[in-house]
Design a protein around this ligand. Structure first.
Ligand SMILES: C[C@H](O)CC(=O)SCCNC(=O)CCNC(=O)[C@H](O)C(C)(C)COP(=O)(O)OP(=O)(O)OC[C@H]1O[C@@H](n2cnc3c(N)ncnc32)[C@H](O)[C@@H]1OP(=O)(O)O
Length: 698
């Protein structure tokens, strides 16, 4: 059955509806090229005036090539054939004697946008659902259906590179401004406008709309050389050479301006084939499948919706939670703080972020005002009666949190959820004195809240299923990927992070230089090193959590005593301008005096690889324990939690995928070697059992 249906209107314009049967999302599958050829042939036979492509789905145009189909490519030759099939189909469209128009409403991504790029005109709806982009890089791929060739010709080399290298998706307004679409109109007139364009005849070739400097740079080989070299330098700096796709994208775009068409398209197809078969892309595609699967869990159609929320505490976390609730979940938020200043600070936090978006013309002044109107504040519980959820983000004090549970039970409705953003206190203890413990749950965000994609959702033993489902649903509305974890000290993310950071601290105390330790883990693939991370989080915060973990889980969580000297000296990290690093306007550099304060004599002994191996080994060992204890429900949750919560290198697929790839017995023997000088490394029992039985996590 064809994915296309065809209808001829009174002006002999063919309206072709794209609708993959039985799927909620249109994707390009094996049969697509054949189906397209048939439709094109029909248009030729009917001698149509033009052809308009429109989606039969309510909320998407085409979400790209079917990623499952890419997974089924068994060899490089299979992958090459896929790219060549797309390229050929789109060439046929370009050669048609009549104009073709893509009428886009909803997502036009990857191969979907490449399909639209092969049309003569593109018109899109101004709806918020409409997003255009080539996000292949996020799957470790390059656009293999002519995207690297056609996009630069339409929007210019620099913009095309920026979009493809980041996977950026643009809305209608930006798409029109950049020249990606010919028009952006309300959905109600999308088809009419598209038909009008189809009747307007073939368009004349046109140059991208560029400012003078870009025009100068892009129009001559020297300028272009600068652009490509700079792009490569930036990519290598950002990725540390771990990701092959960005480099292949630059190569293919370069080919689009330097080689003849045949060779340039070949460069794209070959790059695509190499990348489809690469381990990095397999890992990144795994993340896509995992997150898609997770979106279906804890869904409850009849659970009441969360329409109003309150946040207790206007600190950094409270402000971030209020922000994502107002901006992403689009619900009214009431911030309660003991001081007016706290409320003011939290509102300012949102306003600052929104102002930046306004300056970059992503949001209008009216939109910013609309969002800001959703955020209100109070120093008492006025307006709390109708709250569906109250999220607590005050400091880590059990008595305070318990008294807040009592306040909320008194001031709010029977159905109101009390969600605690604690990072270490057991939720069961917070709910201990509750009269409605079924409404109490943990909802742990990561800082900065508006940037970090993960939340941990922590039901205690008495939390109801409905409360879990409502909390999961609301966190998704806030744009988060939730993992439901067991109520035990440190939950999952902090639990695997703590031994990793502790090992970095041990290495520092043994004389390894700070910048070398951080560089080792950045080279391994983390976005920041462990000591720089501790500076960001706050050394005081780390040392507050450590004793709780140590008490509940054992001595391997003990933070080094020497770190209390940093706290006494008020060197808490970035927030006080000094920690392991000194923070100045120009940037940060290691504050050498920290060595003396900690009583350390710098004496490098290990190479960077050894440093990284030791820190990561601690994390892997703890992750294995977490899965065994049921802290996480699956290796998949553990991988996504580590990638989205800590920045575990995505190209390695997460700690469990990484252990599988290396071989569990190899991981165990490395741990045993490290354990000879520090027993904390002794391989966890479940890991040893897996090694003995030759088992894998996946
Ligand atoms: C040759 C080309 O250059 C190569 C390519 O095109 S590679 C593909 C490039 N495209 C992409 O990366 C887009 C991937 N998709 C997305 O980002 C998101 O799905 C989206 C933004 C389109 C929609 O998000 P959202 O509304 O949350 O829906 P989401 O739950 O993710 O997806 C709905 C369903 O569509 C499926 N889907 C979405 N895009 C898909 C794709 N490209 N391939 C296969 N399945 C896809 C999902 O797996 C899910 O299936 P299921 O319901 O059976 O589990």
């Amino acid at each position: 059955m064809s994915v296309f249906s065809y209808e001829l209107n009174d002006h002999r314009v063919a309206i072709v509806t794209i609708d993959v049967p039985g799927e909620k999302m249109n994707t390009l599958r094996d049969s697509f090229a054949g189906d397209l050829a048939e439709i094109i042939e029909k248009g030729r036979a009917d001698d149509v005036t033009g052809m308009v492509f429109v989606s039969g789905k309510a909320d998407n145009f085409i979400a790209g090539a079917d990623i499952k189909m890419l997974d089924s490519a068994k060899s490089r030759a299979d992958a090459l054939a896929l790219s060549e099939m797309c390229q050929k189909a789109f060439f046929e469209m370009k050669k048609l004697p009549f104009p073709t128009v893509a009428a886009i409403h909803g997502a036009a991504l990857g191969g979907g946008l490449e399909f639209a790029l092969a049309c003569d005109y593109r018109v899109c709806s101004t709806d918020n659902m409409t997003k255009l982009g080539l996000p292949e890089v996020q799957l470790g791929l390059l656009p293999g259906g002519g995207g690297t060739q056609r996009l630069p010709k339409l929007v210019g080399i620099q913009k095309a590179l920026e979009w493809m290298l980041t996977g950026k998706q643009v809305f209608a307004k930006q798409a029109k401004k950049a020249g990606l679409v010919d028009d952006a109109v309300p959905q109600s007139i999308l088809l009419d406008v598209a038909i009008r364009l189809a009747r307007a005849g073939k368009p004349k070739p046109r140059m991208p709309r560029l400012d003078k400097i870009s025009q100068l740079l892009e129009s001559n080989p020297f300028g272009r050389n600068i652009i490509f070299k700079k792009a490569e330098e930036n990519v290598l700096k950002k990725t540390g050479g771990h990701y092959p796709a960005p480099i292949a994208i630059i190569k293919a775009v370069r080919a689009s301006v330097e080689l003849d068409e045949l060779k340039a398209y070949k460069t794209e197809a070959e790059g695509f084939a190499d990348l489809v078969m690469s381990e990095v892309s397999v890992a990144l595609r795994g993340i896509f499948f995992a997150t898609t699967e997770m979106k279906k869990e804890w869904k409850s159609e009849d659970a009441p919706k969360t329409r109003r929320v309150a946040v207790l505490g206007g600190g950094l976390m409270g402000a971030g939670i209020a922000h994502v609730s107002a901006v992403k979940a689009s619900v009214p938020v009431r911030i309660k703080d003991v001081a007016h200043q706290g409320i003011g600070n939290a509102m300012n936090y949102s306003y600052k972020i929104l102002s930046k978006r306004m300056k970059r013309r992503i949001m209008s002044k009216a939109d910013v005002q609309l969002v800001m109107n959703r955020i209100t504040g109070a120093t008492d519980y006025s307006g709390f009666k109708h709250m569906d959820m109250v999220i607590e983000a005050v400091f880590e004090d059990l008595n305070l949190k318990q008294s807040m549970v009592a306040d909320i039970e008194r001031e709010c409705g029977e159905h109101t959820i009390f969600a605690s953003n604690t990072s270490s206190l057991p939720i069961g203890q917070i709910a201990e004195k509750a009269t409605r413990p079924e409404n109490v749950i943990g909802l742990h965000y990561f800082s900065p809240v508006e940037k970090m994609p993960l939340v941990e959702i922590i039901p205690h033993e008495g939390t109801s299923e409905a409360t879990i489902a409502r909390t999961v649903e609301f966190s998704r509305k806030q744009g988060k990927t939730p993992i439901v974890v067991k109520d035990k000290a440190g939950f999952y993310v902090n639990r695997i992070l703590a031994p990793y950071v502790n090992e970095a601290a041990n290495l520092l105390l043994a004389g390894e230089p700070i910048e070398k330790i951080d560089a080792a883990l950045v080279e391994f693939g983390f976005p920041v090193g462990p000591l720089a991370l501790l500076d960001e989080v706050g050394i005081d915060i780390g040392s507050k959590i450590a004793p709780i973990l140590e008490k509940e889980l054992g001595s391997r969580f003990k933070a080094p005593d020497a770190f209390s000297r940093l706290i006494d000296a008020k060197r808490l990290g970035r927030k006080t301008g000094r920690g392991f690093y000194k923070y100045e306007q120009k940037g940060k550099k290691v504050d050498e005096s920290v060595y003396e304060l900690l009583g350390v004599t710098v004496a490098p002994r290990l190479n960077k690889q050894e440093i990284a191996s030791r820190c990561v080994a601690q994390m892997l060992n703890e992750a294995a324990r977490c899965l065994d204890e049921g802290i996480i429900a699956s290796a998949r949750d553990g991988d996504i939690g580590a990638i989205f919560g800590i920045g575990f290198p995505p190209f390695l697929g997460g700690p469990f995928s990484y252990m599988d790839k290396r071989g569990i017995s190899k991981v165990c023997s490395e741990l045993s070697t490290f354990a000879t000088d520090n027993p904390v490394f002794s391989p966890a029992e479940p890991l040893m059992a897996m090694a003995e039985n030759g088992k894998q996590y996946y």
